[in-house]
Design a protein around this ligand. Structure first.
Ligand code: SF4
Length: 399
């Protein structure tokens, strides 16, 4: 029987190297890295975080997508949602003839256009179990780019379900990764999950465990982010904590501790093991980027530019960390820097809509730069060039 499921690529790296470099590489970023992550031009100093941009999971997903195009030049290729949260990368794939199947308003994918002879790419975030099963049933070729670190979370969550623990996932219920992760519990009869977004929601959950909140309050806050048939009184007795790989590491840790504390109060320290498990599933790439930014903002900076899709979880968290210390502009693309008017378009850290600020470079001499795990280096390089252009400067020739 012909092979229809691939998750290790096709060994065509050499053939696609040139295209990847053309689409995503930046000589300027290489130069800054080689120069100790600092670039000085006139009176402007740029400091680039030690870890930034494409992570191993994104590298791999993008490579497999390019390899798939080379391997199947004559086949129709579909992508379920976005390969990663970066508009530039998704547009490049569309330009290569990949069709993106976008979710409907109800969050469901319509696979009616997929034929058995087609190729379907599964993104780095993974795919809901039911969708995966459906596509397997169609018999099309599946190229699965789900990141290994995401699979690691699935293993934890599945283990919780197998052992009769409710999976408590620190994540965003609308995020592809969290949808895929929580769906893994459905592989086991009676598997259950609840998603908590932040410490505020965890507090309510813990007050319920401690008998201080009602089912009605829980229903209102969590009704849309629990497994089918969830019973708050029955299902919050044995709990296993995991997290979306790109959450704020410090918050994930605090959430697990708070839940352990509530369960200890209810059942006693001697019984905690029976009622509580936890596993830190923040991926190493997210951790390294968050650590690097904590180090960078210790430097004296006048402004911080964080580049990455507005729907990119890890980018939003980088911006959140920065904003505590320095004026921060989360931009989705280098084009958000507007040299003609001297303005910047950005998303405020706690906002949802993009806003514009005209005078953002006034008095700014020291600029920190980082980028989320789905931002290619050429977008970082272009952003720096556009900042220089705003000041009437250019990157000096290399000596
Ligand atoms: S952010 Fe982490 S989990 Fe997500 S693709 Fe990158 S390495 Fe994998």
């Amino acid at each position: 029987m012909a092979q229809t499921y691939y998750r290790k690529g096709f060994g065509l790296k050499r053939q696609i190297e040139g295209d990847l470099a053309k689409d995503y590489h930046s000589q300027l970023v290489d130069r800054i890295r080689e120069g100790g992550h600092v670039l000085e031009v006139d009176d402007l100093t740029f400091r680039l975080a030690k870890e930034f941009g494409f992570c191993y999971g994104v590298d791999r997903a993008v490579e497999y997508a390019y390899e798939s195009r080379t391997k199947f030049p004559d086949k129709r290729i579909h992508l379920v949602g976005e390969i990663i949260h970066n508009p530039h990368v998704n547009e490049k794939l569309e330009a290569m003839g990949v069709t993106i199947i976008r979710p409907g308003d109800d969050g469901q994918f319509d696979f009616s256009s997929v034929r058995p002879e087609d190729v379907v790419l599964i993104p780095a975030f993974g795919l809901r179990y039911a969708d995966f099963q459906h596509l397997r049933g169609l018999g099309c070729v599946l190229v699965d780019t789900t990141c290994g670190s995401v699979l690691n979370v699935w293993k934890r969550v599945e283990q919780y379900a197998r052992d009769g623990f409710t999976a408590v996932v620190h994540g965003k219920y609308f995020h592809e990764e969290t949808k895929a992760t929580t769906s893994q519990v459905t592989k086991h009869e009676g598997g259950r999950y609840i998603i908590v977004r932040d410490m505020g929601e965890t507090e309510l959950l813990c007050r319920f465990i401690q008998g201080e909140a009602t089912v009605a309050q829980m229903q209102e806050a969590f009704g849309h982010k629990v497994s089918d048939g969830f019973d708050f009184a029955r299902d919050l007795i044995r709990m296993g904590v995991a997290n979306q790989t790109t959450m704020l590491a410090s918050e994930s840790l605090a959430i697990a501790e708070r839940i352990a504390e509530a369960l200890t109060e209810r059942f006693g320290a001697a019984h905690l093991e029976t009622h509580f498990r936890t596993f830190d599933t923040i991926c190493s790439a997210t951790q390294e980027r968050q650590d690097a930014i904590l180090e960078l903002i210790e430097e004296p900076l006048d402004a911080m530019i964080v580049i990455g899709g507005y729907n990119s979880s890890n980018t939003n968290h980088l911006a959140k960390i920065c904003t505590k210390k320095v004026t921060t502009y989360h931009i989705s693309d280098s084009k958000c820097i507007l040299p003609e008017s001297g303005a910047v378009r950005y998303k405020p850290v706690d906002g949802t809509e993009e806003v514009q600020r005209e005078d953002w470079l006034e008095g700014v001499k020291r600029i920190g730069i980082t980028a989320g795990a789905s931002t290619p280096n050429n977008k970082i390089g272009e952003a720096i060039e556009r900042i220089l252009e705003t000041k009437g400067l250019v990157v000096p020739a290399q000596r």
